[in-house]
Ligand binder design. Structure first.
Ligand code: GUN
Ligand code: ZN
Length: 441
């Protein structure tokens, strides 16, 4: 692959912003460039410097006046729920039983799984998301489809088969041994192949027996380099049910702790109704609470208390949680995150939002050396954002006077229309597909 110079207004974070004026938290080049070589970032700086060093003959992808950022990262969503977004009128447990456990049964069919997996990856890319952490269905076929679709696009994706052996329809249940064997086989086949990472995925305490939790413990101990993902304290009825199934646990978090499932590679979806004790356990173990604002509002679950996580020193990340989440767009997700925090008297500055979608989420995955920021040696996963993509945004931008204001317009009014292009390991993925689609018409 030959070198390409991606030109535009380059923005990348180096640390978490302390406030809306914290210019030391990011690097911004008004006329900047990213030099891409062999799928990696080779250099970042001003266009003038990089063009001079590269010499004549270099290909230039000119994205001015758009912003050039690291690809966005989504730390929790469900790929088999792609066609179940916008399922009406229920809270978590009823929603799972009425819609989701019906939808996920379709994924025993490899053909269906492959079709949805392809559309799912393309939808992520259309929204500027280059890495995501996803639950597949209980069927190994769904994991095959998921990683195959990711590999075809060379995307850095994390995922795994859900393990569930109770409180779900028969067609969605495995057994402790089957869940273990299938997970073990999938880890052997996919974890570390190309850009794939495996996440050991007991769905949540309600759908796993103590025997399946034991098997999860064994899998985590045998594969400490795999991620672990599950759900925690999303909804009051869920908490009552989960804790009734594990009467020996002192609270919901303790169920997972007692099976040694919490560590730096563990992602815990939602974490809304948490005691200080529980958040402190996350802080001690390094486990990450995943904030899913559109989902938490859609299911009427509750409000994530980010400030308490910060105060108690626990890690957190942000995610769409499609299909309870209502959009694949991380921009729309941050719009809702702002509102969820605002309702609790907490501030989310636009600098923080863009940090969270990029470097913050990369750090939550311990992948900041590879993704989430633009630095020499990083993977060249890059998104190009157009802050004037909609007429109402163009009008609003006529009176915007700072970078922070522009970012706030993008997160408040933006969606997939603002994603002008997305690069995966240096390869443009969006414009190419659009042009292909045009030739097919
Ligand atoms: N808890 C267990 N499974 C799920 C799921 O699929 N979505 C959400 N939002 N919560 C869950
Ligand atoms: Zn979820």
């Amino acid at each position: 692959m030959s070198d390409v110079l991606i030109r535009g207004r380059v923005l990348t974070f180096v640390r978490e912003p302390a406030g809306i004026d914290d210019a030391g938290a990011y690097r911004y080049h008004e006329d900047g460039a990213v030099l891409v070589r062999n799928g990696k970032v080779a250099d970042v700086g001003t266009y003038a410097d990089l063009a001079k060093r590269a010499g004549s003959g270099i290909s230039i992808a000119d994205h001015r006046p758009n912003l050039v950022l690291p690809g966005l990262i989504d730390t929790h969503l469900h790929f088999p729920q792609t066609q179940a977004i916008a399922s009406y009128g229920a809270q978590l447990l009823e929603w799972l039983n009425t819609y989701i456990f019906v939808e996920e049964q379709k994924f025993q069919e490899s053909q269906h799984a492959a079709f949805i997996a392809g559309r799912f990856m393309d939808e992520l890319l259309s929204n500027g998301t280059t890495t995501a952490v996803a639950y597949c269905s209980v069927h190994p076929e769904s994991v095959e489809a998921f990683f195959t679709a990711a590999e075809e696009r060379n995307m850095l994706m994390i995922g795994g088969k859900v393990m569930m052996d109770r409180n779900a329809p028969e067609a969605l249940r495995d057994t402790p041994q089957k869940g273990y064997d299938e997970t073990k086989h999938l880890i052997g086949k996919w974890h570390g192949r190309g850009r794939a990472h495996y996440a050991i995925s007991p769905r949540f305490a309600i759908t796993s027996t103590p025997e399946q939790m034991e098997m999860s413990r064994a899998l985590v101990a045998e594969h400490p380099d795999c991620y672990v993902q599950t759900h925690l304290s999303e909804n009051r009825d869920e908490i009552a049910f989960a804790t009734s199934l594990y009467p020996g646990a002192q609270d919901y978090t303790d169920i997972y702790t007692s099976y040694d499932l919490l560590g730096r590679k563990t992602l815990l979806g939602h974490c809304i109704y948490m005691s200080d004790r529980e958040i402190s356990v996350l802080a001690e173990t390094g486990a990450v609470g995943v904030f899913c604002p559109t989902s938490n509002l859609f299911l009427g679950s509750g409000l994530f208390d980010r400030d308490r996580f910060d105060r108690l020193g626990a890690r957190h990340s942000v995610a769409t949680d499609v299909g309870a989440g209502t959009s694949f767009s991380m921009l729309e997700t941050m719009d809702e995150a702002y509102k969820v925090l605002h309702l609790q008297g907490q501030r989310l500055s636009p600098l923080n939002s863009f940090y969270m979608m990029t470097l913050g989420n990369a750090r939550a995955l311990d992948l900041e050396h590879r993704i989430g920021s633009l630095h020499a040696g990083a993977d060249a996963d890059i998104v190009i954002l157009d802050s004037r993509a909609k007429p109402a945004m163009e009008l609003r931008m006529q009176v915007a006077s700072s970078l922070a204001e522009e970012l706030f317009v993008l997160q408040t009014m933006g969606d997939d229309r603002c994603v002008a292009e997305v690069y995966v390991a240096g390869r443009p993925m969006k414009r190419g597909r659009r042009e292909q689609a045009k030739t097919l018409i």
